[in-house]
Design a protein around this ligand. Structure first.
Ligand code: 9MR
Ligand code: ZN
Length: 541
């Protein structure tokens, strides 16, 4: 089935907004195509494809087609001139409503420390997990509560820098595109007062509070077992001792940033919660001031779970200063921000390690004050330049996205969604329609318009990821994976055994196997879902 499909046009398997850009990608042979209504087979559109062009990342020649003119709602298939049929897709006013809720619901499925009831979790429910206190590494006899939050990924660890990126994307999505969040998912906490996305982020924020050392303000890097459990171990059966890894500067700075940000967002719903967020952010900042030389995190010798190591701490401090300044308008944070901004690090990156983009966007969104004109415009300029650079890559790419061959590395789908975010940020200061169109291509790729014709979101699309490297999806005896989760995606470095064994010699964009053992290509994480929520929010307003 999969082989057959790969000769047909690659499309966004969910669909396209009526007023959006609609594209399909063909192999080099097809020059004419038509579009049929799925049920009646009535032909509603005929078109020609572009000339074939070599696409470096997929190692093949492709032709593009744009059928944006077709604006009649319905379910369609694209048929090429040899009769090959694409998967069906919808043209609708808002085709991503369910997808948007599904991507957000994934965070609910990743909740730790609570029972996932059938009422909300359906067949993917499980008992509560990881509820015991954790031992503080290096402090004999000290045990602390670390209940709650989200499991990070395919594993059950809880890592501060990863959580901060995920919450930042969700809060940005909510603040920038609130209309996308009108519908309830629903969650156990859903009420008519606060949008579900803020309820969900609160789950993680409430956990993050517990990661702060009350004696110093510093933040423990992570809370995990010492080693990863087996792949089919359900969360409630993962009973090894939990350990708070030592405080790190990156965790502390990301914590200060996300708490300062949260305090703005939650203020109108719960002022005392907002105060608590801000006080703890400032306390974390004090720790950073007292430990100017603190370096990146390294796993202690007895711990082998994810390291989330990072030697450059300037971007984390830059982000923290930006959010604290944005929230408080205090000159000391502005001074610090200006100071850090002079150093050289990427100012438009949105990863868990390179967080400069969050600092930049926070500063830009605060807007004009009396003293900051020059820095404001230079950062704006930098963002636009980055968007322009990405646009140029899109123009050369066969699938219209901004990943180059070298960018298909572990978590390439995060790179994909992060770059779409940058294009959408740029729209705020230079509303070029090309930015929006390019961002849409990134989403189309994620949902099936790629060389493998696969939707990288579990449960969404005709051919979507079925075997993610995600422990509950492996261990729960349910055939279908937990839905709404974004897989890491193609990774030309083939960093796991199954990739190494089965994908040698494949082009970069085809370096992917839908296999549960493929942690370097088929894992899911909170911070691969979160930028997808952001991007889908834009297109779901
Ligand atoms: O995605 C992360 C990758 O970039 C790093 O090289 C790797 C090693 O630290 O960690 C990856 O993140 C994993 C984390 O360490 C543990 N949870 C699952 C993450 C996704 O694979
Ligand atoms: Zn858990």
């Amino acid at each position: 089935m999969m082989d057959e499909i790969q000769y047909a046009a690659a499309v966004n398997q969910i669909g396209y907004p009526i007023n959006g850009q609609k594209t399909a990608i063909f192999t080099e042979k097809t020059s004419e195509f038509h579009i049929e209504e799925e049920g009646t087979k009535k032909i509603v559109y005929r078109g020609r494809t572009s000339q074939p062009a070599y696409d470096q990342s997929s190692g093949s020649k492709v032709r593009r087609a744009d059928f944006s003119e077709l604006a009649k709602p319905g379910t369609y298939v694209v048929v090429d001139d040899e009769g090959n049929r694409s998967t069906p897709f919808a043209l609708e006013e808002r085709p991503y409503r369910e997808l948007h809720k599904g991507l957000l619901k994934a965070f609910y499925y990743l909740r730790c420390g609570v029972t996932l009831d059938e009422k909300y979790a359906g067949e993917w429910g499980h008992e509560s997990c990881h509820t015991k206190k954790g031992a503080v590494h290096g402090e004999e006899g000290l045990y602390l509560d670390g209940n709650g939050g989200w499991h990070d990924a395919g594993d059950y660890g809880k890592y501060v820098v990863a959580g901060a990126k995920a919450v930042a994307d969700l809060l940005l999505a909510y603040e920038m595109y609130p209309n996308a969040f009108g519908e309830s998912i629903p969650l156990p906490e859903s009420d008519q007062v606060m949008p579900d996305v803020l309820h969900e982020c609160k789950v993680e924020l409430d956990f993050l509070f517990k990661m702060q050392d009350q004696r110093s303000g510093g933040v423990y890097h992570k809370l995990t077992t010492r080693h990863f459990p087996g792949l089919s171990v359900m969360p409630e059966d993962d009973l090894a001792e939990l350990v708070f890894s030592p405080i790190s500067a990156t965790a502390t700075a990301c914590y200060a940033a996300i708490m300062a940000y949260a305090s703005r967002v939650y203020r109108s719903y719960d002022p005392s919660y907002a105060d608590r967020c801000l006080h703890s952010a400032e306390y974390a900042w004090e720790w950073l001031e007292k430990h100017p030389k603190a370096g990146g995190f390294k796993n202690p010798p007895d711990i082998t779970t994810g390291e989330y190591g990072d030697d450059c701490i300037t971007d984390e401090k830059y982000w923290a200063a930006a959010e604290l300044y944005h929230t408080t308008s205090l000159e000391k944070y502005h001074t610090a921000f200006q100071q850090y901004s002079k150093e050289s690090f990427p100012k438009c990156e949105l990863g868990w390690a390179d967080v400069g983009g969050y600092g930049t966007i926070s500063y830009l969104r605060k807007g004009k004050t009396d003293e900051n004109q020059a820095l404001l415009s230079s950062l704006q300029q930098e963002l636009i330049l980055e968007a322009e650079r990405l646009l140029q890559i899109c123009e050369k790419d066969g699938y219209g996205i901004s990943l180059e061959e070298k960018d298909y590395v572990r978590g390439s789908n995060m790179g994909l969604m992060n770059r779409a975010m940058i294009l959408l940020f740029a729209m705020e200061w230079s509303s070029k329609p090309e930015y929006e169109k390019a961002a849409a291509q990134h989403l189309h790729y994620l949902l099936g318009q790629n060389t493998l014709h696969i939707s990288y979101v579990t449960g969404f699309g005709t051919h979507s990821v079925m075997n993610p490297h995600h422990r509950p999806s492996v261990g729960d005896h349910v055939d279908a994976p937990v839905p709404g989760m974004v897989a890491g995606g193609p990774n030309r470095n083939l960093n796991d055994e199954i990739m190494e064994r089965t994908l040698k010699g494949k082009p970069a964009a085809a370096s992917y196997i839908d296999h549960e053992d493929s942690y370097a290509g088929n894992e899911i994480t909170i911070y691969w879902n979160s930028p997808a929520v952001f991007v889908v929010s834009y297109f779901n307003q």
